[in-house]
Design a protein around this ligand. Structure first.
Ligand SMILES: Cc1cc2nc3c(=O)[nH]c(=O)nc-3n(C[C@H](O)[C@H](O)[C@H](O)COP(=O)(O)OP(=O)(O)OC[C@H]3O[C@@H](n4cnc5c(N)ncnc54)[C@H](O)[C@@H]3O)c2cc1C
Ligand SMILES: NC(=O)c1ccc[n+]([C@@H]2O[C@H](COP(=O)([O-])OP(=O)(O)OC[C@H]3O[C@@H](n4cnc5c(N)ncnc54)[C@H](O)[C@@H]3O)[C@@H](O)[C@H]2O)c1
Length: 455
């Protein structure tokens, strides 16, 4: 005899015809795939709508290929080997395995662009599908800055930079954020002559100044020409390549321009206005702590880049788990205080919690303490004497609220600081934690002791 859940499931099955689903997930990237698979494994009827690659950016055109190329560069591999390794890891940008995995879980995969036509119905390829819950996971798209002539020359975004086999002789990277820095290092390491044009006065402008400076130092040592505090004024196609005019009167000639000037949540054309969702151009779909989207129609959720909250794969996964939990009846709220932000260059740049600038905007009285990695035995052993860590505490609460590091493997040894921030671990306890010798983790001990002594 079946249990109550089985009986409900049978009733649900009878009520749901082919084009009616308990939930429709719009966008099958990191967030959408996780929500859809989780619902299906819990026995729910769910359809996933994807108009490009099931799996989204991360495995095919972002994290996996970029980290693969960066690590190939660190190991000194040839471009040909690095590209072969990148493409194999990115499954040659074929999603059959991801689709088969979802099918095994019981997810209905609908190929095509999805759009809400009215509350309770989406349209995909001219066919309407009814839903009970809608989960919006449509990701983000690159921004092309309004620069004279830029739209008339062939440009790369990270999609091309991470999928084609070409190694341009002269590459201009527009933007010195995470994407621009990672791509500049990749192409410079394999022999391109790279220039980076960044409007702000330093790289990784959103993070603590020392992080961008450490990365600028590393890129300059590789021969990268950094044009900081300079905007792109105009672009013109030449017989061979393009010429770029800069705001400081300088010019650059390039065979290829890579636009890495930011990404915006992909919200246009989804029909969310018909649900009474307030969409502000350039901003994400608004979400509550439960990842529910305030709307007139109700039962709308969102996760991943489309929310504009946190724009990394791990944050997309986190929000997707929050949505899944709420859809399965276990109320859960997201807490964004300790989501890491990593740039996988050499040195790695890792930041978590509040940056000093953000803390200043919030009026928080910040106490900072830093330490140079050169002072650790591990740096001597690794013959890498560069890098630094900084920890930031809130004076009024006596707790860590942010940190940044630039150094080898910082993405691994800084995780304990993410835990400390998230768990609000008292400094007195953190100073009692012992790190193995010789490791980079030891560099955390002096600033922790310093902060504990001052608070
Ligand atoms: C170059 C680069 C490197 C990065 N490196 C890292 C990294 O190392 N680590 C990290 O954590 N993050 C990294 N990121 C960020 C990370 O890739 C994103 O945060 C993550 O992919 C977001 O997942 P998502 O599910 O929100 O969106 P996506 O993975 O973009 O998925 C959205 C999906 O929705 C589909 N879609 C959109 N609209 C519709 C529609 N109307 N109908 C049907 N389908 C639709 C799209 O085709 C897409 O497949 C990087 C980003 C870039 C650009
Ligand atoms: N390892 C990771 O987690 C990782 C890696 C890469 C990207 N990402 C995600 O992808 C998102 C997008 O990254 P991004 O680097 O494209 O965007 P970004 O917004 O972080 O940086 C873009 C940079 O371009 C500059 N810029 C914009 N217009 C310009 C112009 N006309 N002239 C000169 N400079 C200009 C801006 O000043 C800014 O510094 C990030 O939010 C990040 O979260 C994550």
């Amino acid at each position: 005899m079946g249990n109550h859940g089985d009986i409900l499931r049978v009733l649900e099955d009878e009520q749901l015809s082919k084009n009616e689903h308990g939930a429709v997930v719009l966008g099958g990237g990191t967030a959408g795939e996780l929500v859809a698979a989780g619902l299906a494994r819990a026995g729910r009827d769910v359809a996933l709508v994807e108009d490009h690659l099931v799996g989204g950016l991360s495995p095919y055109l972002a994290c996996v290929p970029s980290t693969s190329l960066l690590l190939s560069a660190r190991r000194g591999e040839t471009w040909e080997l690095a590209v072969a390794r990148r493409d194999e890891l990115a499954a040659h940008r074929h999603d059959d395995r991801a689709v088969a995995r979802l099918a095994r879980d019981g997810v209905t995969v609908l190929r095509g662009r999805g759009r809400v036509v009215r509350p309770g119905a989406v349209e995909v390829g001219g066919v309407e599908h009814a839903y009970g819950d809608l989960v919006v996971c449509t990701g983000s798209e690159p921004v092309l800055p309004p620069v004279d002539g830029l739209a008339d020359v062939p440009v790369w975004t990270s999609d091309e930079a991470l999928s084609v086999p070409d190694l341009p002789r002269r590459l201009v990277v527009l933007g010195g954020g995470p994407v621009g820095c990672e791509m500049a290092q990749v192409y410079a390491a394999f022999g391109s002559q790279v220039s980076v044009v960044e409007a702000a006065g330093r790289l990784l402008d959103a993070e603590a100044p020392f992080a961008g400076e450490a990365l600028a130092d590393a890129l300059r040592r590789m021969g990268v020409d950094l044009r900081l505090g300079v905007a792109l004024g105009q672009v013109e196609r030449k017989e061979s390549g393009v010429r770029l005019w800069l705001s400081d009167g300088g010019t650059l000639d390039a065979d290829r321009v890579l636009v890495a000037a930011g990404r915006r949540p992909r919200v246009a054309g989804l029909g969310l206005e018909s649900l009474g969702v307030e969409i502000v151009p350039g901003r994400g779909v608004p979400v509550e702590a439960t990842c529910a989207v305030p709307s007139e129609a109700g039962r709308v959720w969102a996760a991943g880049d489309v929310t504009g909250v946190a724009r990394t794969t791990h944050a997309a996964r986190y929000q997707a788990r929050v949505v899944l939990s709420n859809l399965l009846g276990r109320r859960r709220e997201a807490d964004y205080r300790a989501i890491p932000r990593v740039v996988h260059t050499t040195p790695t740049v890792y930041a978590v919690g509040l940056s000093p600038a953000r803390a200043g905007e919030l009026g928080i009285d910040l106490v900072a303490s830093g330490y140079d990695l050169a002072a650790t035995a591990r740096a001597a052993v690794d013959t890498d004497d560069r890098g630094r860590v900084e920890l930031y505490a809130d004076r009024s609460r006596g707790l860590l609220i942010g940190a940044a590091a630039a150094g080898l493997y910082a993405e691994e040894w800084m995780s304990e600081i993410a835990l400390a921030i998230r768990a609000e671990t008292p400094l007195s306890l953190l100073t009692d934690v012992v790190h193995a010798f010789p490791t980079y983790g030891e560099s955390l001990e002096p600033p922790l002791r310093d902060l504990a002594g001052r608070l």
